[in-house]
Design a protein around this ligand. Structure first.
Ligand SMILES: [Zn+2]
Length: 208
């Protein structure tokens, strides 16, 4: 019996190695899906069907959350309240380690398309240095880089944060790509590439 227990113990050890340390241990990722509530953000169009930025932001967050769940990473969903300052306060009160504010760009020019991110504070720049390049290389659009602009939620609080504008949802191709994802269950769309890139950037940041 003793031997049996010892063997069982070894078998269990083999199956569940002493929990491999994850760079995410003790971390909480605050995820803000930009706009929502009364705000639509930018509005794109694919064959007469409107594509609302607030929806795209929401779906990218949901896709990232699936990846975080699969990797047992803790996250905090920032409530979609109107005040950006209050959104940041909620993320800080929850004990978040970093903040990603997910947005998508808009233009009257339906061919405009590039990747850009925004930061405000010193901590933001270090964090954005991991998130932005990951998104840019995944989407392979023109990379307009990280802009230090005192813009959006990165203005408030002291969490390392980045506001991402991965692409233009007013771009016709991007709007149609989103509908293929949302309505037809397409894989390998921009939404999925963006979420996967954000996860990769987070992994690198916490592994540094
Ligand atoms: Zn926005």
């Amino acid at each position: 019996m003793k031997n049996y227990i010892a063997i069982l113990g070894l078998a269990l050890l083999a199956t569940f190695p002493a929990s491999a340390a994850s760079p995410f241990d003790g971390k909480l990722i605050a995820l803000d899906a930009g706009h929502g509530g009364g705000e639509t953000g930018a509005v794109g169009n694919c064959s007469g069907i409107a594509v609302i930025e607030a929806d795209v932001n929401f779906y990218v967050r949901a896709e990232l959350e699936k990846i975080l769940d699969a990797n047992h990473v803790a996250y905090f969903e920032v409530p979609r309240i109107d005040s950006r300052k209050d959104r940041v306060a909620a993320a800080e009160a929850a004990g978040s380690s970093v903040l990603i504010s997910i947005h998508h760009n808009g233009s009257l020019n339906v061919t405009a398309d590039y990747t850009q991110s925004f930061v405000t504070q010193r901590n933001d720049k270090i964090f954005a240095g991991y998130i932005h390049p990951a998104i840019a290389s995944a989407l392979k659009l023109r990379d307009k880089g990280i802009k230090n602009d005192g813009y959006g939620m990165t203005v408030y609080g002291s969490l390392p944060g980045v506001l991402t504008e991965a692409y233009f949802i007013t771009n016709t191709e991007a709007a149609c790509d989103f509908l293929k994802y949302r309505d037809n269950g397409a894989t390998n769309t921009r939404v999925q590439k963006e979420a996967q890139a954000m996860y990769g950037g987070l992994y690198s940041y916490f592994s540094r």
